[in-house]
Design a protein around this ligand. Sequence first.
Ligand code: AMP
Ligand code: MG
Length: 653
Amino acid sequence: MGSDMTNARSPKNRDSVDQDQFLTILSREDALGRFEAALFPRAMLSEHRPISDALGRALVEDIVSDIDVPPFDRSNVDGFAVRSADLASASEATPVRLVLNDEIIACGTAPGRPVLSGTATSIATGGPLPRGADAIVMVEHTQPASGRAIEIRRAASPGQFVSYAGSDIARGEAVLRAGTVIGSRETGMCAACGIATVSILRRPRVAVISTGDELVQPGEKLRPAAIYDSNGAIVSAAINENGGEAVFRGAIADDEAKLEAAMRRALETSDMLVLSGGTSKGAGDVSHRIIARLGKPGIIAHGVALKPGKPLCLAVCDGIPVVILPGFPTSAMFTFHDMIVPVLRRMAGLPPRSDAKVTAKVPVRIASELGRTEFVMVSLVEGAGGLIAYPSGKGSGAITSFAQADGFLKIDALADQMPAGSDAEVTLFTPHVRVPDLVIVGSHCTGLDLVTAPLARAGLVVRSVAVGSLGGLAAAKRGECDFAPIHLFDEKSETYNTPFLGDGLELVPGWRRMQGIVFRPGDARFEGLGAEAALRAALADSACIMVNRNQGAGTRILIDRLLGDARPDGYWNQPRSHNAVAAAIAQARADWGMTIAPVAHASRLGFIPLAEEHYDFALVSARKQRPAVQAFLQALTSEESRAALARAGFRPA
Ligand code: AMP
Ligand code: MG
């Protein structure tokens, strides 16, 4: 750190920061307020750079032009430089004849001869006005006359078609103010004044460290029980998006000595340090203990009333902000955007983010924890009465919820819910709403991507929101989607889907998915057996663990019928998807379960087919004529999709 940081080394309120504060949960506003008070005001990190390197950076001082622009009086058109007084009497009836001077003033040519009364000089657009001339006549308003002369049939006012020196920018004028963020137009202003270098705020260098024994960098092989480090990538990119210069220093294991060494090294060359993970005060979570040794005043807030994001830790170590973001990627991103971006942008001299906002109706009740400001990611769809915001059903550990959401809404700390039908303000992740052309809400299936592929290629935006069959059906009944993919089994009629449709919905056949028993290949309890024999073998072995499905799933009904009164070990493990069942068996947390053939094959598991499940679409009849709906219906029955579905192991209906 240079001497420009001296200000920050002694924050005014250092003594007021209570070192025990991390034992208490602070409100979002309190935490941010204390963090900013400990950091600002601080000396600016300025540097002198060529204007070509200054894009997106804030000017430290006013830019004052030391020349006039244009530097001389110049012609705005191709024509003739004249004395306007010579043309006072010119008219259609009485043209004035001017003798041409022996000179042509091209762009970039300094004139050599004066324009005397009764004469004119040929001049190009951008040419400097010659001595004596005070106006330009356009070439279109003249006629050649005999003896190197022209005839003019209209008067000219003084100054006509002339740009005067300094009329654009006057010498001594401040053309750009300190704090202005340099864009292409500002770059042009500097260039016009002949300014090649400017003083700008240096991008704060932000070291990024991920923590956790389980982390592996993308591109490397995933070992058992490990996960890819996604925070390192997202946080670094978000820093660069907000005026910082991220320096990613990799993932460090949960080892106090190693982590402390890495943090100290990072602090030597950084203006800010952002860690993620290890902030939950668990046994392996050591980062906050290290921070306490790194510098004064240390931890400012540990525990903020945010959801997701409660374990956020904010610290200042000898003037340098040090932040520990929660480990869960979604929590990490929300806290980063809400609490760290304002500080980072302020250090970079950038104005606060101006995120686009829209109002949308929330179709379902969202429960919220009293006392914590809660962020909920939403997908937007167009309903009959305006935009509708679907909360993303995935937890704070999910990363897709971020990529697939259009924005988020905020539930106040003092509210314990957002009632269904509320109008909410949605902060967009993009500058504009892009309302999807086709909205599919319901149960997700990998086959769906095969059918929508041609629509996406044709430029249609397809949004699919996975809320399960019943959630999709409810959305379709409210008219919030075009299609609800469902696979609901009616035990009374022993049929799929049709009994569940109501008024305004019609069934579009989708495809069949073979359900069956899955097991690890080579498991003698199942290999080569039929379903009944396999089940008998599984129940006979008390060490054999099953994995069930959630209540309400069609597959669960099948399992329960198969089991009768038996409740083998693992019965209460009830994941909500076909993929989770396959993963449990592939990783040997369970030995058998029930899933669909394509999922079993993708996980290279053994499969004993049992019964087909019908995956169909409830179509909202009122939306049938929409072009994207027609395109989907066409794609569904096309040879291309049917072949692709069959290849993936589905049987098109
Ligand atoms: P922690 O705060 O370290 O207890 O982590 C909470 C959860 O977030 C755990 O499931 C971690 O595996 C996960 N996590 C922590 N760091 C990362 C990271 N860099 N990328 C993805 N997930 C992470
Ligand atoms: Mg961890």
